[in-house]
Design a protein around this ligand. Sequence first.
Ligand code: GLC
Length: 651
Amino acid sequence: MKKSELTAAEKRKLVMGMNSWSNDDLDGKIYRFRMADGPIGLRTPIDPDDESKGIRPSTVYPSAQTLSHTWEPECAEKMGEAIANDCIEAGVDIILGPAVNIKRLPTCGRNFEYYSEDPILAGRLAAAYINGVQKCHVGTSMKHFCCNNTEYARLFCSSEVDERTLREIYLKPFEIAAKAKPWTTMCSYNLVNGTLMSENKELFRVLREEFGFDGLIESDWTAVRRTANSVNAGLDLEMPHHESRAAQFEEDYAAGIVDETMLDTAAGRVLDLAEKCEAESKLRKITMTEEERKALALRIAEDGIVLLKNDDGLLPLHGEKIMITGAPERKLFYGGGSARVTPDGDYVRLSRALADLGCDVCYRESTREPVGGQICMNGSAISCREELKNRDVAIIEVGDDSSCETEGRDRQTIRLTKEEESVIHYLSAFCDKVIVVVYAGSAVDMSPWIDEVSAVVWAGFGGQRGNEALANVLTGRTNPSGKLTETFPLRFEDIPAANAYIDPETVCYEEGLMVGYRYFETRKKPVLFPFGYGLSYSSFIYSDLKTETDGKTVTASFTITNTSDVDGKEIAQLYVSGFSPEKDRPRRELKGFTKVTVPAHESVRTSISFTVDDLKTFSVKKGSWMPCKDAFAVEIGPNCHEIALKAKIKK
Ligand code: GLC
């Protein structure tokens, strides 16, 4: 069907969804594409026309946070491919992901769905995910455009952000990901500088004209207040269908307040997307078996685990008798909301996974299921203490389940519950080999108890194969290599964005560019764990930095030596400092990274490149991007705080 054949009434139908998941197919005249959540696994109704039949079970992949800890765009691409395969089997045309919002503060309920506090890392992982999905002829929706950085008052809060910060931090991941040509972009609920994102003509212009996005812009679900205003601003598709807004739209159209050209353009894009989905659907074929997808879920969960503390090399375990306690032992701890996937397999408890590897392990209860976000301690911590008299090691599982980390609300605190902290204090008082395993989707304040335990392992939200991955890491079958992609502060109050909860209608991004490590490194503030931090069973040293430039691209080559007896993988990061003519800039900013496998007692030569264009900074005065200075410094190391190698560059 051609756009020219559409009647005016049909155009008005096209710019609003038909139900919760599809476009209006004009009574079968055009293809009805089907969309489904979510970025970290397929969450779709068994019957999109009758949601009472429930959610179709599917693979619960590791969360976006866990994926980001691999620092591997290849992993993101592979996860995209796997999810696309799940979509193909379910008849879904577009997966509503990736979610690329910046982690401005650790309490945001949806941080488990987001990649990082750093825009370069977030953008590159998102672009890879988009490529992985779309190479299977399934579409994506880059979301939530933009500045949806808390859940607290997302439906009506205005994110007040200066232009430089907007460009360099909050729009940057969308700019990078747009180059992967996502079929759609989803606008967010919130306002930006006083304008609803579903009516934000200027930011839609930036997305299209400056970022080169040529797909369809859809709203987040019910993010539209008045259809006519959104259509006039350049929104193409309002989701989902809404009777009263449709009626208002008819009135507005009759009153002549709908811009006909904008309506025509929007309807044309919906038509184009329907035709694209129909054509692409004929090319789809399964490229990964179910087993391969499950194996990938395990692999990403393993490489997304971060070893945060390992005193006296307690880990990996070597035959110790283990006691496990903690609520995550009894159910899958995962984030809530539209990203929550119904697992298609049984939950493998950590005790089971360890026993399957031949470990002598038992479980003793000390806390009960979370009740309304609180994990309740029961009196059986005493039985844990008795049991520990016959055990060598205690593994205490702690963390947030969907009552804590979820869409629609933020965490009240980044500390564990009092009950969990009590169990750690209590058991550490008479067991000198305590390993705390954290199942959560965003930074946790561990400062009240971390000095009392020997080891801390960040399990994250590892998905339905997370505990098998964890067992492999705890027993040394897998050498942990994951690194943090968000700062873990000593206290929530140390975060400059802690002002996010003062006024539900306005949140001022006063910290500007000083988000995450940009703040802590520049102001030399201590943190619990810095951005890019993660231990391994191996130990690495960096040496012999050489740099070269052709005036456009800078390449830093260096050597990583594994001084341990264990083969390992190391994520090296490249930061640049002193590149902007402006004074009030972050001390250093990530501009590249690489992950190398280094066999025990061997060295590997590797390199990271970036372009001088990557060093452009946005001038508010000029309203444009400025080239970097002629000279700047390249800094390379295992995380943003430990710089192992440094070189001055003259471009
Ligand atoms: C939700 C979420 C969005 C999701 C959509 C459909 O409100 O914000 O991420 O894709 O609606 O469920």
